[in-house]
Design a protein around this ligand. Structure first.
Ligand SMILES: Cc1cc2nc3c(=O)[nH]c(=O)nc-3n(C[C@H](O)[C@H](O)[C@H](O)COP(=O)(O)OP(=O)(O)OC[C@H]3O[C@@H](n4cnc5c(N)ncnc54)[C@H](O)[C@@H]3O)c2cc1C
Length: 387
């Protein structure tokens, strides 16, 4: 199978790169290292609107992949858009009313959204969700409880969340809601991460939610959540990050006195092989999932799990290699969004930042251990653990 994108898709990539080059030229005046994007909210919203105007929030699978990859490679604040996070859930499970007003706003880049499933006692295993929704009238609910480690809640207009609507345990009686983040009964607390930006806790203090903002069936939240998480990210943004770090490593070595060192050259070449490998695996996942290319085959549910494991571990290997190559300079930390990075740091302190940043990828969005279990069971036909 030929895993090259068609010529028109590569032309699209060039168009996206030119756009991102122009847009990101304005980024230095909008740095905000306390946000995961590294950029302030006003800048992020403006970039969303400009990309949306070009129709780039509503792309076919191959172009969407290329767009997400290039956006991440350029460190543009276009990775966790409302469409990426919640597009699938809103279009698959939202009522006609919800779809009619929210989808156009999402596609126009006019709203910020966050997704809040995790809680202090419910991470990889979401059966522990304790947040509760109770009836306050024939067509309304009140939500109470806390969500934890939410990306971008402090700037979100709406929150897609899941709460318990009955007494059933585990996977039963979970329901998906859309909550207005501007409601006074919603409080957001920003908590610092080890890399200088924040994740958010959300407290729902009896916030009222109308029936019209229930997504899908009451009690059907578990199945819906699984399908929303699977659709959330194609892995393309991680591939974009990997290419970006690889570019930084090669630039660093090119300018370093160690560029003739056979051990350094060997390590860089190994990194290049790994990046190419995972890039191919991820395209293979895309080809089978979306029928891209001249030889489409059946969607294979194991590929997305394989890509998730491979790319998040690749990012850790790259960060490890970068800090080793830079030696002592690899220990000097600075945010890539710091307007004045320390001159003594490897890639301006970026390598040390990268080392810390890539820890969470193997834990979040489905821990790699859980993904490997799925690969063993579905891909290799091994019995379930304990069976
Ligand atoms: C940067 C970042 C952004 C996030 N954004 C969001 C967000 O926007 N919305 C949201 O709802 N949540 C978000 N989260 C939370 C994320 O979904 C959870 O971190 C994730 O589900 C893991 O849960 P946990 O942190 O409680 O770790 P745990 O589930 O407690 O895992 C701890 C360790 O145990 C391992 N482990 C877990 N289960 C198994 C198993 N079955 N077999 C073997 N090992 C296992 C894990 O790999 C990990 O090493 C975010 C997290 C991070 C780090």
């Amino acid at each position: 199978v030929d895993f090259r994108f068609a010529e028109d898709v590569e032309d699209f990539r060039a168009e996206v790169r030119a756009f991102l080059g122009e847009v990101m030229a304005g980024a230095p005046e909008h740095m905000d290292p306390t946000d995961l994007t590294g950029l302030d909210e006003g800048f992020e919203r403006a970039v969303h609107r400009r990309a949306a105007l070009r129709g780039w929030f509503n792309l076919p699978a191959d172009r969407r992949y290329v767009f997400e990859c290039e956006a991440a490679r350029a460190a543009a604040p276009l990775v966790d858009t409302a469409v990426v996070l919640a597009g699938h859930a809103v279009s698959a499970f939202g009522s006609d009313h919800l779809r009619a007003w929210l989808l156009p706003l999402m596609l126009a880049g006019e709203v910020e959204l966050c997704i809040a499933y995790s809680e202090e006692d419910a991470g990889s295993d979401l059966t522990g969700i304790g947040c509760r929704a109770t009836r306050t009238g024939p067509a309304s609910w009140a939500l109470r409880g806390r969500k934890a480690m939410v990306t971008g809640a402090h700037k979100a207009d709406w929150c897609l969340t899941v709460a318990r609507t009955g007494e059933g345990p585990g996977r039963s009686d979970l329901t998906m809601f859309l909550v207005d983040m501007h409601d006074p009964a919603v409080r957001v607390e920003r908590r610092p991460t080890m890399n200088g930006w924040t994740l958010d806790d959300i407290a729902f203090d009896g916030v009222e939610v109308p029936d019209a903002h229930v997504l899908g069936g009451v009690g059907a939240g578990w199945r819906q959540m699984a399908s929303a998480v699977a659709a959330e990210r194609s892995g393309a943004s991680w591939i974009g990050f990997a290419h970006q770090v690889m570019d930084l490593i090669v630039d660093y070595v090119r300018q370093s006195p160690d560029r003739q060192d056979p051990v350094v050259r060997d390590l860089v070449a190994r990194c290049a092989v790994e990046v190419a490998d995972v890039d191919r695996l991820s395209r293979r996942a895309l080809w089978t999932a979306a029928g891209v290319g001249s030889n489409p085959s059946e969607a294979d549910p194991v590929y997305p799990a394989m890509v998730k494991v491979a790319v998040t571990e690749l990012l850790q290997h790259l960060a490890q290699a970068a800090t080793e190559i830079a030696g002592l300079a690899g220990l000097v930390w600075a945010s890539p969004f710091d307007p004045e990075p320390p001159p003594s740091g490897g890639a301006g302190g970026r390598f040390a930042w990268e080392y810390l940043e890539r820890v969470h990828g193997t834990i979040s969005v489905g821990a790699n251990e859980v993904q490997r279990d799925a690969i063993a069971r579905i891909g290799l036909g091994l019995p379930r653990r304990g069976a």
